[in-house]
Design a protein around this ligand. Sequence first.
Ligand code: NAP
Length: 550
Amino acid sequence: MAEQTVEFADPQQQPGAAPDYEVVVIGAGVAGIYQIKRLKDLGVRATVLEANPDLGGTWYHNRYPGARFDSESFTYGYSFSRELLDEWHWTEQFSPQPETLRYLEYVTEKFGLREHMQFDCRVETMVFDEETDTWTLTLHDGRTIATRFVTTAVGVLSTPTLPRIEGIDSFEGRAFHSFLWPHEPLDLTGKRVAVIGTGATAIQLIPEVAKEAESLTVFQRRPNWAAPLNNAPISEAEMAEIRARYDEIFATCARTPGGFEHEPDRRGFYNVSPEERRALWDRLYDAPGFAIWLRNFTEIFMDEDANAELSEYIAERIRGRVHDPAVAEKLIPKDHGFGVQRLPMETGYFETYNRDNVELVDGSETPIVRITPKGIETTDREFEFDVIVYSTGFDAFTGSMERIDIRGRGGLRLRDKWADGPVTYLGVMVSGFPNLVMLGGPQGAATNFPRGLELAVDWVTPLLEYMWRHGYRRFDANADAEAEWLEHVKEMYEGLLLRRAKSWITGYNSNLDGHEYGKTRYNIYNGGGPKYAKRLRQVVDNDYEGVSFR
Ligand code: NAP
């Protein structure tokens, strides 16, 4: 992209004039880094406020052993700079957390973005002033910052939630949420470790912890389907091939619903024989990444019978990997089908339960009653531990937005507006909250995250340029356009088996009030990346229909 500077129609709005900033970006993760790059290129007075002591967002936290992409590394990286693509060498098909953090640091240094970032700046409140059309942000240390526009890049899974279990503060050993795994090296040798939860995070860390700890006890409330990641190193020669293919790679990611190179098998589940289906699944189970999920027949996401047949196939594979048939049965979900919840990818997860130092505690038989000073008590017995890892999930999508006390027009609080679930226009704006845009907000495209985030930044940045060119001071989404988008988002859940998922996709979280199962919160846009991108383009082509300017 050629660098250019915005021409401001109204000199009063030029950078440097009040307020303090033209744009404040909240969050220095994958989205915030790209957003500030675009704003820097435009010569706009903008800054990133990051709560953490350094950049990286999700990849700054999540330092648990085994943390890595489930996306192919080369589909996860930024696509905006050819030079960057040519320089960076991913060493593994699915990059581990330390390498990903190094990548984000590299991008930040390369494009000189660090000087536009301020760390240890947790935004606590944001109030919109209708007289001046500006936002005033208050930081945790009491400082205030005024800005015309705010773009939030606060992360989708960045507000961890702990279980509401009696005695949680009484434990005398070490305890932490997996998201907040200690930064200093943690030696688990000789330690008795408990992991609570069996989501995508736990499924990555359990095999690694088992290798190191004296003993590992996994407290599973509900089993989760999982399939092999099939990771591998990337050689110099392979990386050269990937570089040569980058245009094709990103074109495919833009064409596929999930933003991956994985394309669904469109032959039709019932148009091929059971033997052919099985042959396909044999291949996909051994293929890298989300192949078994996203290269599968589309019917598996909608048709109970098709899903049941695939689920039985995966169950058989699990039975083939776990020595003790009773343990294998405990690890096979019975309450939902394969791929209905977000599929965790694993490396030796099921084999971990064959180890002598690993025990599975099935919460459906002997649930946790309380945390004690020495460990965990179930209805059966008390277990003693040195370390407890809570891998118990997040206040997904809305949590990190609601953690900030955001007040829009007429003092309307975002938390109140979203009390029954998020309401947005295009997943980017919220009516009544002018001059605020969300990157990775709820109801945006649920894709390979960076693909959706680049799309969002590439939509938001021209919107801001449009404002500046026309001398506008305020935009706001129209309530009717927002209501129509919500209906469309809801429609996209209909027909999909995931609408019944007991997971963050439907807003379920047993550790949060208002997130009970059955009270669906429409967190994601299920129409797929291409359909979402088309809608964003249409809105622009129709002079930002659904948005008011002044
Ligand atoms: P999660 O999927 O929400 O899983 C939380 C786990 O904790 C579930 O097994 C849940 O059991 C259990 N749990 C929650 N509260 C509990 C309680 N009070 N008592 C007992 N068990 C409890 O969270 P996650 O594993 O952190 O994953 C969240 C998302 O992060 C993933 O879906 C994925 O999108 C993302 N992620 C991505 C990657 C990657 O890309 N490589 C890796 C890790 C995570 P129930 O099932 O019974 O609720």
